[in-house]
Design a binder for this molecule. Structure first.
Ligand SMILES: C[S@@+](CC[C@H](N)C(=O)[O-])C[C@H]1O[C@@H](n2cnc3c(N)ncnc32)[C@H](O)[C@@H]1O
Length: 281
């Protein structure tokens, strides 16, 4: 357990169920929660598997309630879990918040996902707000190309004065972003790292400069990294030393952790490149 950083950018190391109690009630503008999915991933030696589905859901309901408590009255909450658990989250949360969108994060994959059934190519995200009449949504900061107007240059003749279709629009509820791959610059050593592009859209849409963004299961601290880049304040909670080290480095909050220098791991292709350069000298 421990807290690192400063007033603007804070890392809290420990169990989310405990650490969330140290966050002031109704103080957070935006929460992005990407918990373990109960599917057996290995988080730095800690297996993401509960004794039963019921036990997993009961644990989730506890931190979901705490997150709601910490959210400002005009706050927004994005939450992820595995496809098989999302219906439970949906039913649980719809009585406490307004669910504005059921988002699908879709990713292409050239690898074979499954041979005897249809492999998973997406992850669901619930987008909820506390007050459906008062929440932040920065439409102009997240516009995407609208192909009809931008590419096909079609004209809407149904209008009194024929008008060219809009060239931009608010994204729909299916979002395509590449998964983080080993060779990408943003890659960190974590089994379920979320892409910068995904958090960039969420944070731009649902918070303003200076707002407080919180991630109770930070992993590689993508949420906090993007929040900082976009001039928001942030709180990131994480259990494991290995991932807290990534967070401290990515957020530039420390250069050492427990006496260990914080440096990004060199990837195999980088060593190969280095060897080729050295040999050619
Ligand atoms: C799905 S990952 C989050 C990945 C993150 N969104 C990213 O972009 O890297 C879930 C994380 O929650 C952490 N975790 C698991 N149980 C926790 C707990 N009780 N409290 C805080 N963190 C926990 C795991 O170590 C893991 O890094």
């Amino acid at each position: 357990m421990g807290t690192f950083g400063n007033e603007k950018h804070k890392i809290m190391q420990g169990d989310a169920l405990e650490m969330l109690n140290f966050v002031e009630d109704e103080s957070v503008d935006l929460i992005f929660a990407d918990p373990p999915y109960n599917i057996g991933k290995n988080f730095s030696g800690h297996l993401d598997k509960w004794s039963s589905e019921e036990a997993y859901l009961n644990w989730c309901y506890q931190w979901l309630d705490l997150c709601i408590k910490k959210l400002k009255p005009n706050g927004s909450f994005y939450v992820m879990t595995a496809t098989q658990f999302m219906p439970y989250f949906d039913i649980y949360l719809r009585n406490k918040l307004t669910i504005l969108s059921r988002l699908v994060w879709y990713y292409d994959s050239s690898g074979v996902q499954a041979k005897k059934y249809y492999g998973s190519m997406y992850e669901p995200i619930l987008y909820c707000v506390k007050d459906k009449n008062n929440y932040t949504f920065n439409t102009n900061d997240i516009l995407v190309e609208a192909k009809t107007g931008a590419k096909r240059k079609l004209i809407d003749y149904r209008k009194a004065v024929p008008t060219v279709y809009n060239a931009e629009k608010v994204p729909g509820n299916v979002w395509e972003f590449a998964r983080v791959r080993y060779r990408m610059d943003e890659y960190e050593n974590h089994p379920t790292q979320k892409p910068i592009a995904l958090l960039d859209r969420i944070i731009k849409a649902s918070s303003n400069v200076g707002d407080l963004v919180m991630d109770p299961f930070s992993g590689t601290f993508t949420t906090c990294f993007v929040a900082k880049e976009l001039d928001r304040r942030c709180i990131g909670i994480e259990l494991q030393d290995e991932y807290v080290k990534i967070g401290l480095r990515r957020l530039q909050l420390a250069t050492e952790f427990k006496g260990e220098k914080l440096e990004k791991e060199i990837r195999t292709f980088e060593t190969e490149k280095l060897a080729i350069t050295m040999n050619s000298l």
